[in-house]
Each structure stands twice: as structure tokens, then as C-alpha cells.
Design a binder for this molecule. Sequence first.
Ligand code: AMP
Ligand code: MG
Length: 314
Amino acid sequence: MKNIYKNSPKNLNKAKKLLRKNNIIVVPTETVYGLAGNAYSNSSIKKIYKLKKRPKINPLIIHYSNIESLKKDAHIDEKFIKLYKKFSPGPLTYILRKRKNSKISPLANANLKTIAVRFPKNKIIRTLLKKLKFPLAIPSANISSAISPVSCNDVLDEFGKKIKFVLDGGSAKIGLESTVINLYGKTQILRPGLITKNQISQVLNKKIKIQKKTDKIISPGLLKRHYSPGIPVKLNCKTKEDKAAFIVFGKKYKNNNKDIFNLSKSGDLEEAARKLYKTFRKIKNLGFKTINVVKIPNKKIGIAINDRLRKAAN
Ligand code: AMP
Ligand code: MG
């Protein structure tokens, strides 16, 4: 496909030029593929919201290559430093207080006092960030509320010819969005991910909780979030309904019928996370009208899988 570009110095330079002119491109990250734009530019941010059909009240995550460049845009504290040392670069997003003189477009953080920031680990996006004089706003490269893309083909499935430049990074290593932790006000997890609340609690030496539905909404995008394959999803199924696609997990399900999709035959939750969105997309494109899902163990990254499944089933 001619809008997919392999990782090479020439193509990274091309990406840099496009971003400097406030164009939007697609980039790989270790979590999912993202739509990237200059976070300092109002016009770039407007283009991102328009492409994704994302509600303007749902702020974007700003991506940096290092802590020095972040300091111009956000206030950092001891908790942040501790977590940063342990988990960044990687799939952890921090909510921090935005500096008054920050150049981040207010459209990117829905005019809030805070910004969400992340230091991605994927080599391609890191190399690109290091070449730029501005951070990148990068939400997932899908239409708002749909399934996140984990490969270049998924991006094309979402946007078709609307996207002119996709940097190819192969399949996303993790396949689920980052853990989001609030560090402004009550320290709590707003979205579970690969990095768990136990790991975070250990580093902060304090019991950290996952935000409950009943708590005050500080992450405007989270409640409406769907991760939806566009067809009904039914959870905790013991057996399969007639004509439904059945998503299963573990050794118990050896059956290779074409309506059974095993997220991990060996019962590996990280493999299941990697395959979840790919499986949703496959089932949708095969034309199934409903999805049944077995119970997935609610531990480690299984907590994040169950979070996305619940939202998909909503
Ligand atoms: P994504 O669409 O995967 O990039 O998700 C970004 C998530 O971070 C969404 O759920 C947003 O609501 C959340 N988020 C971004 N910025 C903020 C912020 N300043 N405060 C709270 N949540 C935020
Ligand atoms: Mg998203």
C-alpha cells in the first residue's frame, strides 16, 4: 500500500517534515497505533478531533521523549519522579498540572487545568520524538468509540484513504491502551492497563485504587468510552449462542471451529491482551452479528482486558 512507510531515516525525516507543517500522520507505539500531531498547534489538534470524530471534551495524551521537555509544560513532583524512574518510557500515562505558560494547545486538554503525558517506549516513535522541537498529541488511530488499531492494516480499515502517511512498526507489542494514573488531587488509576495498581502501589508505598464509576468524573473521556466492535458483546458466557462468534481463553478450548476465537490457548493474559482488538476486528469483518465472551481471569493485565470488554459490552 502506498501510504504505508517502512521505518528508515528517510521516512522518519519525511514524518518530521509533515508534523512540522502541522499535518497528521499515523505512528506505531507499544500500546496501539496512534494519530500524531504537533501538540503546540491548534490547527493540528483540530485536525485530530475531526478525523477521529472525537468529542472535544475528551482530552488527548501528550507524548514526550524525555522529562526535560515535559518540564516546560507541566508541574512534576516526587510521586511522578518515582513512577517515571520505574515505568517510563513505557505504557503509563500521568495526569499532571499544566503550567500556565505551557505552549500545549488548550484544545488538546479540553481546557482543563491538567494534561495527560506519556513517554512511549516503541523505538520508532521515540526516535521521531527526539527529532522534533515539540511534543506530539497521540490518541489511538480509530474513529472515536471504535476498536483501537494494533497494525497498519487496522488503521486502513478505520480510515481508508483519509490517512496519507502511516509509519509501519509491525504489530503492537501490548495491544491495549496505557494505564492512566491521576497525580493531581486524589492519586488513583483512571484506566487500567499493563502496569497494574499493585505495581504502582508498591512504588508509591501506598494503596492505590482504580477510580469507581461513582467517583467524581475527572477523566471526561472515560465514561463514554466504548472500544466497541459495533455489534453486541455478551460477557461471562459458559456456552455459545446460535450464530454468535465465541471468544474463549485457555487450554480448555481446543476446538478450532471457525466461530471460536481463542485469545490464548496457553492461558497467557498478555497474549490475550495483544489479540483482543485484532479478534474483535476479525469477527466484525467476518460479518458476525453478536459476540459471546467467556469469563477472563481478573488479574494482572486481565483487569484491563475486562475493563475494555465491559465498555465494549455497554
Ligand atoms: P486515548 O484516547 O486512548 O488517547 O485516551 C486518553 C485517555 O486519557 C482518555 O480516557 C482521556 O479522558 C484521558 N485524559 C486525557 N487527558 C486527561 C486529563 N487532563 N485529565 C483526565 N483524564 C485525561
Ligand atoms: Mg482511544
